[in-house]
Design a protein. Structure first.
Length: 172
């Protein structure tokens, strides 16, 4: 959903929005957040990943601004960086961006987000649909559903039992 207000990059960067919005070519785009399933799954994924930061050599960030191009900023639900970034707004590609679908998300808008991340050089984009209990892995080589119940990356190797996390979601 667009706010319809045109802003410069400088104006966007000086705002404090709650929740934060994407910025695409001068337009603020609201993100669908705030529902229980979305929030709970974000918490479960974050906890799982944070507990493995040292083992995998990663750092996990929630709702972190990522500048994917000169006039585009995205705010993924979670992003993972190998090592320890020094910048407040990421201008280098994270290792992984994770998007959790809300019931009002449109696939065309999500595909544009995925395309932005991949074009920027993000090696992995995971999209999780808590309602349908499905998860997808997107890379420059293509997209596939995680039908075996695990989301994976390489270098570093990360394996997340998304089916188990989605099961926890439906139990709570």
């Amino acid at each position: 959903m667009s706010t319809g207000t045109l802003l410069s990059v400088e104006e966007y960067l000086s705002t404090s929005l709650r929740p934060d919005c994407d910025y695409v070519d001068g337009v603020l785009l609201e993100r669908n957040v705030g529902e229980k399933d979305h929030s709970r799954l974000q918490s479960l994924l974050c906890t799982f990943l944070v507990n493995r930061e040292r083992e995998w050599g990663i750092q996990v960030f929630t709702e972190q601004r990522v500048q994917v191009s000169a006039r585009r900023f995205r705010v993924p639900d979670l992003c993972i960086v190998v090592g320890a970034p020094s910048e407040q707004i990421f201008t280098r590609p994270p290792f992984l961006c994770i998007e959790i679908l809300s019931k009002d998300d449109r696939m065309s808008e999500m595909q544009e987000r995925i395309n932005d991340y991949l074009a920027f050089g993000v090696p992995y984009v995971w999209v999780v649909d808590p309602l349908a209990k499905r998860a997808y892995i997107h890379t420059a080589e293509g997209s596939r559903e995680a039908k075996d119940g695990f989301l994976r990356t390489e270098n570093p190797e990360m394996v997340v039992p998304i089916a188990d996390l989605l099961k926890q979601l439906s139990q709570g």
